[in-house]
Structure formats: structure tokens, C-alpha cells
Ligand binder design. Structure first.
Ligand code: PLP
Length: 387
């Protein structure tokens, strides 16, 4: 019997859930423009609005707080807005503060790329709140309000950030907060209101929905960024363009399903701990990035000396196991991980990070199989080091 391909690369995007797929096919079969007022249009509108309710429930937000986008990259670009409206007040953004380990779609700065300040992280990848405080205090407020972009969970290391604490500091400086919560949804409890951020992003394909859908959640009272796409009045004027009905329908169904995944989290944590303990035993020189920090239940960034991550990823793939080198979005390029560099790893160390991200349905047998592949890869590629 052929062995099952083991996908330990959940952070790059999970499998499309069967129920999400079904809802998409049904939506494609009744293709109509949700802005049309005839019956077919109203049915399409019904699918979009049902999905909006599901995504809002997952986020603990209101239905009107959800702006559907083409994904979390677009949601970030929308949030990084040169002007933020708070009710009737217009707040130009004078400076964008970005934690050093943010996803590249946030680090790029969007429409604020000419006014970025990077906020350092400590050796575990956690934002340095004292540095944030100092940078905010020194920032020229006459140019506009500060905006902090801080992710909830890092896609490479799984390290969780103290978003609520950071938001409290930013408030003292009359600033705004955008939180990329893409990797946290479906893995840990996310209560958007409790985070204290003004805007939060979520991506469909990280929770079992299709690629090409996501949302920006408006979490602060009466907060509105300036639209990126203008013209049509879709998404209450926040995002022009005919909605991607089928993808949004699948996103909504995945949001419903993923609320149930959270009950499996303890089992994933237990299996991750077992895997970490075995890896430490098999490769005593391996380090787990951010090991001392709070992390996502499913993510291990293993930094293995003298094992370039790209070589390791190919070797694992040949044995039927998918892992990743740093973030999948940049895995086409052979570059060191900016996340590991920001955590103080050398250029070489930052090129040796193998990201192992467990799917929600991982089993003990999967961990056994992974460990046996690890042993064979390590023995082949590092014969002098492997146990
Ligand atoms: N933010 C994080 C933390 C991610 O991991 C990703 C995707 O890998 C994104 C943003 C971008 O999401 P999307 O693929 O929906 O544009």
C-alpha cells in the first residue's frame, strides 16, 4: 500500500474542506451578480451575507464589521491606510510602526511604505514593548497619528505577540493598531474585541476555505480605512468590485467548520510537545526558534546547524513529507528568514530554519512517520551529527 503524503505544512494553507468545496460548487452553479436585484442576484447576495455572518461569528465581530477582500495580503494593504476615519474625525497616519517579524505583506508597508519604522523583537521573537514605547514617545505627532502593525501569531515560528498590551501602549499615544491574525484563527481562541486592535486580517485558505478570499475586520468603534479599490459601492463602499461569491461562500463555510477545530487543540499541543522532545533527542544541536515564548499549538521552527533549509525541504519531499523553509510566500527564493535574522540568528542560522506546521488532524502515527523520515534525512545530510 502506498504511504500517505504527510503534509506538515499547515501554515502555508490547509486542505480545502469538503463542505467548503461543495458550497463553492453550488455557488458557481447559480452564478449571478450579488448587486443585481432580480431573484438570482438576491440568491447570490444571500450567500455573501450568510458567509459574512459566519466570518463575523468566528471573529466575535459584528456582521457590518467584515470587509471581504481577495485575501489577507489585500486586507493588510487596505488597513495600512494613509488616513483612518474614526466616526467623522479624519486621522492622517504620520508613521507606521511594524514589528520586525511581520509577514512580508505587512513589512512592505502598503500605502505607508515611505514612513515605516521597524520595532525590534527579542531573541524569542516577541516584540520589545519598551522599544515600542520609546519609539512612540519620540515620534513627531504633528505629521499624523502613529499606526502599529503587530501580528497575533507568526507564520514561521508560531510565536504569539502581546497584542493587547501593545495596543494599550499605542492608545496612550493616540495611535491605531492593525493586527494580522491570519495564523491564529482556527488554532487559538481569537476574540477580536479583546485584542484591542482597530483592524484585524483573516485569510480563508488558512482555515480550510479556498484561496483568494479573506477579510479585514473593523474592530474599533467606527473605524474606517481609505478604500484601496474605488468606484462601485460594494462592501458598503470599502471595497469596490463584484464579490467573488463562490470563494466567499467557501470562506463562510470554513469559518463555521473551524470553530469546531478548536476542541482538538489540546491533542495537537500534546503531539507537538512529543515531536519537540524527540527532535531534541535526535539532534541535540538543533534549536527551536522562540521555544521559550508562547506559541501556536502546531508550529515548530527547527534551526539545524549545517543543514540548509532548502536542501532539507527537498530531502523531506522526496520521502513524501511536506515541510517548509521559512515562510511559504518566499520559499521560491533561497534567502535567509527575516524572522530568524530579527531574532538574532546569524545569516547561516537564518538559512537553516525548517518550519514544521502540524495539521489539525495530526495523529501519533504521523509523528512516528515524521521522526523516521527525520532520522533518515539527518543521517544522510549530516552523517557526522545525526544520532
Ligand atoms: N499574513 C500571514 C501571517 C500569512 O501567513 C499570510 C500567508 O501566508 C498572509 C498574511 C497572506 O495571506 P493571503 O495568502 O490570504 O494573502
Amino acid at each position: 500500500m502506498a504511504t500517505r503524503f504527510l503534509k506538515f505544512d499547515a501554515n502555508a494553507g490547509g486542505e480545502l474542506l469538503p463542505q467548503a468545496r461543495q458550497s463553492m460548487i453550488a455557488a458557481l452553479d447559480q452564478a449571478a451578480n450579488p448587486s443585481s436585484i432580480h431573484a438570482a442576484g438576491r440568491r447570490a447576495r444571500g450567500l455573501v451575507e450568510a458567509a459574512r455572518e459566519s466570518v463575523a461569528r468566528l471573529c466575535g465581530a459584528g456582521k457590518d464589521d467584515i470587509i471581504f477582500t481577495s485575501g489577507a495580503t489585500e486586507a493588510a494593504a487596505l488597513a495600512l491606510s494613509p488616513v483612518i476615519m474614526k466616526g467623522r474625525e479624519r486621522h492622517p497616519v504620520g508613521r507606521l510602526f511594524v514589528a520586525a517579524t511581520e509577514h512580508p505583506c505587512v513589512l512592505a508597508g502598503g500605502r505607508l511604505s515611505d514612513r515605516i519604522t521597524i520595532v525590534p523583537v527579542d531573541e524569542n521573537g516577541v516584540i520589545d514593548l519598551q522599544a515600542l514605547e520609546r519609539l512612540l514617545a519620540g515620534c513627531d505627532k504633528s505629521a499624523g497619528s502613529p499606526l502599529l502593525a503587530l501580528m497575533l501569531a507568526n507564520n514561521e515560528t508560531g510565536v504569539l505577540q502581546p497584542v493587547t498590551q501593545a495596543a494599550r501602549i499605542v492608545r496612550e499615544h493616540d495611535g491605531f493598531v492593525f493586527c494580522d491574525a491570519v495564523q491564529a484563527f482556527g488554532r487559538i481562541e481569537v476574540d477580536v474585541a479583546a485584542l484591542g486592535a482597530d483592524m484585524v486580517s483573516i485569510s480563508s485558505h488558512k482555515i480550510g476555505g479556498p484561496q483568494g478570499a479573506g477579510a479585514l475586520v473593523l474592530a474599533g468603534a467606527d473605524i474606517r480605512p481609505m478604500p484601496l479599490l474605488t468606484g462601485g459601492g460594494q462592501e458598503r463602499g470599502h471595497r469596490a468590485g463584484t464579490e467573488n461569491v463562490a470563494a466567499i461562500a467557501g470562506f463562510g463555510v470554513a469559518a463555521e467548520a473551524v470553530m469546531n477545530h478548536l476542541k482538538d487543540v489540546d491533542s495537537v499541543i500534546g503531539l507537538r510537545r512529543r515531536l519537540e522532545a524527540e527532535l531534541h533527542r535526535l539532534a541535540p544541536d538543533m534549536r527551536i526558534a522562540g521555544e521559550a515564548a508562547s506559541r501556536l499549538p502546531n508550529t515548530i521552527m527547527a534551526v539545524v546547524p549545517s543543514l540548509p533549509a532548502e536542501t532539507a525541504v527537498i530531502a523531506f519531499d522526496l520521502e513524501g513529507v511536506a515541510v517548509s523553509s521559512g515562510s511559504a510566500c518566499s520559499s521560491g527564493k533561497v534567502t535567509a528568514s527575516h524572522v530568524l535574522l530579527a531574532m538574532g540568528y546569524s545569516d547561516e542560522g537564518a538559512g537553516n530554519g525548517i518550519r514544521i506546521s502540524l495539521p489539525a488532524d495530526v495523529t501519533n502515527a504521523d509523528i512516528d512517520r515524521f521522526l523516521s523520515v527525520w532520522r533518515s534525512v539527518d543521517q544522510r545530510l549530516r552523517p557526522d551529527k545525526a544520532a
